[in-house]
Write a protein that binds this ligand. Structure first.
Ligand code: ATP
Ligand code: MG
Length: 313
C-alpha cells in the first residue's frame, strides 16, 4: 500500500536520505529506528507529502504522491516531530478547526472530536491555551489531531516522546488496537516499544536502510538471543557452565550475582538444550539458583552494532 523506490533527499551537499526503498502493507505496524540525524523524520515528511524527494518515487494506495498529494493526505494522519500546533488556540478549538479542515461535519464531527479527546485523555486541558500546556499534553493534542479523521495510514514521529508512563502505555495500547487494517509507522528511540507494538522494524543510519524485518529477527541478531541467565545468592565457580555442550561463553556479573550462558548457536537451543543442561549442572553440583530464564536478546546491543558498523563503512 506504501511503496518507496530509491527515494533520496539532500539539503545542500548533505545527503539526509540515501536511496531508500521499502514497501509497507495494510496491517503493518512499522517501528522506524535509527540514531539522531539518521533521516527518520525526513523520510516521514516525504511520505506525508511535506517534503519532496530529490529523486525516487513514493506511491501510496496506488497513487503517486507528486501528482495526488491531496488525495493521499486525506488518508494519512501525521504527528510531526515536536508536535507543532497553534499555541493560542485551546485543544478543543484546535480539534474543531482541524475537523473543519478535514471536512468533518455535524454529528460525525462531534463524535470524532469526542472520541479522540477520550482516546488520548485530553478532557482536563480542553480549555487551556495550547502554548501553556506541558510537553506531554502538547504531544497528546498532536496525536488527537492525527487520529481525528480515522485515517488508514498513521505516521507518528516519536509518538510517546515526553509522555508519562501511563500515557506511554495508553498510546501503545491505542496503536495495538488500531493496527488491524491500518498502516502505522512510528519512529522511536525506545527499542522495547518496537517489540511491544510493531510487527516490523526498520533501522536506518545516514539515510540508508540497515535492517528491515521483524522485531524478533532483530532480537535474534543479539548474541544474548536464547542465552540462559542464572541468578544466585553467592556466585559459584563458573567452569561447570563453560563445559556444557553448546555454550559459547559464560559472562559473570559479580554485582548482581548472575551468570549468563551465551549459546553457540541460538537456533539449536530453541525450546530445549541449554536451560535443561544448566538445571542438570546445578543439580549435580548441589547448587541452588534464585532464578533462571532464557532471554530473547538485547536490542540496544544489536542497534549499536548495526549503526556503528554503518558509521565505520
Ligand atoms: N531542513 C533541513 N535543512 C538542512 N538539514 C536538514 C533539514 N532537515 C533535516 N536536516 C538534516 O538531515 C539529517 C536527518 O534529519 P532527520 O530529522 O530526518 O533525522 P532523524 O532520524 O529524525 O533524527 P532524530 O532521531 O534526532 O529525530 C540531519 O543531519 C539533519 O540535520
Ligand atoms: Mg526525527
Amino acid at each position: 500500500m506504501i511503496t518507496a523506490t530509491n527515494i533520496r533527499k539532500t539539503f545542500g551537499d548533505f545527503v539526509a536520505v540515501d536511496n531508500l526503498s521499502f514497501q509497507i502493507h495494510s496491517g503493518d505496524v512499522v517501528g522506524f529506528l535509527g540514531p539522531n540525524g539518521a533521516g527518520k523524520s525526513t523520510t516521514m515528511k516525504m511520505l506525508t507529502g511535506f517534503l519532496e524527494p530529490d529523486s525516487g518515487e513514493i506511491r501510496i494506495a496506488n497513487m503517486a504522491i507528486d501528482t495526488s498529494r491531496q488525495a493521499i493526505q486525506k488518508r494519512i494522519g501525521y504527528l510531526p516531530e515536536g508536535a507543532p500546533s497553534y499555541g493560542d488556540m485551546t485543544p478543543i478549538q484546535m480539534l474543531n478547526f482541524i475537523a473543519d479542515v478535514r471536512g468533518l461535519t455535524g454529528k460525525h464531527k462531534r463524535a470524532r472530536v469526542n472520541k479522540v479527546i477520550e482516546l488520548v485523555d485530553l478532557e482536563a486541558v480542553l480549555d487551556k491555551p495550547i502554548e501553556n500546556l506541558s510537553k506531554g499534553f502538547k504531544r497528546r493534542v498532536g496525536l488527537a489531531q492525527a487520529l481525528l479523521h480515522d485515517p488508514d495510514i498513521l505516521i507518528l514521529d516519536e509518538p510517546t516522546d515526553g509522555l508519562d508512563p501511563n500515557q506511554k502505555h495508553q498510546v501503545r495500547k491505542l496503536i495495538q488496537n488500531l493496527s488491524k487494517d491500518k498502516i502505522v509507522i512510528i519512529s522511536t528511540h525506545i527499542l522495547e516499544e518496537v517489540t511491544a507494538v510493531c510487527n516490523r522494524a526498520m533501522i536506518i543510519a545516514s539515510g540508508k536502510m540497515l535492517f528491515d524485518s521483524s522485531p524478533q529477527a532483530l532480537q535474534a541478531k543479539s548474541k544474548y538471543h536464547q542465552a540462559v541467565n542464572i541468578l544466585f545468592d553467592d556466585l559459584p565457580a563458573v567452569e561447570v557452565f563453560s563445559a556444557l555442550k553448546g555454550v559459547k561463553s559464560v559472562e559473570v556479573d559479580e554485582v548482581n550475582c548472575a551468570v549468563t550462558l551465551i549459546p553457540e548457536n541460538a537456533e539449536d537451543q530453541l525450546g530445549t538444550g541449554l536451560l535443561e543442561q544448566a538445571s542438570a549442572a546445578l543439580q549435580s553440583q548441589g547448587l541452588t539458583a534464585k532464578s533462571m530464564y532464557v532471554e530473547q536478546g538485547r536490542l540496544d546491543d544489536v542497534f549499536r552494532e548495526l549503526t556503528e558498523e554503518a558509521n565505520l563503512s
